[in-house]
Design a protein around this ligand. Sequence first.
Ligand SMILES: C[S@@+](CC[C@H](N)C(=O)[O-])C[C@H]1O[C@@H](n2cnc3c(N)ncnc32)[C@H](O)[C@@H]1O
Length: 349
Amino acid sequence: MSQQTLSEVKEYYGKVLKGTKDLQTNACCSTESIPDSHKKALAQIDTEILDKYYGCGSPIPPALEGATVLDLGCGTGRDVYLASKLVGENGHVIGLDMTDEQLDVARKHQDSQAKAFGFSKSNVTFTKGYIEDLKAAGIEDNSVDLVISNCVINLSPDKDKVYQEIFRVLKPGGEMYISDVFSDRRIPESLRQDPVLYGECLSGALYVEDFRRTLVACGIADFRVTSQRPITIENPEIEDKIGHIDFSSINVRAFKLGLEDVCEDYGQIARYKGTIQDNPSYFDLDDHHRFESKKPVLVCGNTADMLSKSRYAKHFEVTGDKSTHYGFFDCSDTEHETSSDCGEGSSCC
Ligand SMILES: C[S@@+](CC[C@H](N)C(=O)[O-])C[C@H]1O[C@@H](n2cnc3c(N)ncnc32)[C@H](O)[C@@H]1O
């Protein structure tokens, strides 16, 4: 692990940036629309926390009641506190970050945020540590329902280790749900050495196909993109430096399940019960699987497992098993897909 990179990133988030307005590009800047329940919770979060928000997406999935959530690179705690409200008093949220200045702000508001949410005591723990070594931070194997991270993993000098750690600490069937910056090619070393480009969440970005390879190496053969947007930078000096590289902010979910590397048809049917809070009409598993409430949908084996072997299981009826194989699952069949952008021979991601 490059200590120099970690020190430079710590310096950037601890000393150089004082707030969201100091960012030099719009890479670490979320423009996503957010659900009403999130808006209500955010309205109860202290402005000091919100003014130092450097996220690039919204890595907060639904159905969080009672869950144990780990936020990697929590910063001043905006997503930790949002998740705190959504998991409720019986859930627990752990925020982990390596930068004291960020954690100091996060910790300062712990009691007042619990009070604002109407909790008798805080359900949040902030831990100083490195996302590459969650064991050293005391996070046990198979102990977490959901790992979230907002615009952080691109900053890590050892991303393989980060993803290995995520899938070590997740419980079987647990979910990784992250927003991060990815690139359309591998970034040249000269740009990776630029502390501002790196700190601004650009030149540490993982090439999307290397991200896929990294997850495969962790035993994750199928992941799902829930949303993505191009990063427009809007800083001529930085645009000149990065040339033709395209960056995107991508929201990804992946489950700790032994899934297949392509979609296969076992004749399984999934029916969403309409029971997830804030999602009475439909549930979006990803950017091309929308489950309308009460409507039976033919799904591939991987989708069936995601819906029946995760915390979403109580919200779905999944019928059928894998005893009979009917061949490759054609995602382009709009009869059971909301769009047809799945590649032939690939999984549904
Ligand atoms: C772009 S900010 C995002 C902060 C927060 N997620 C948010 O949305 O406001 C990146 C954060 O990740 C932390 N970070 C970066 N690399 C890290 C690492 N290797 N281990 C722990 N924390 C790290 C930084 O200290 C910083 O607080």
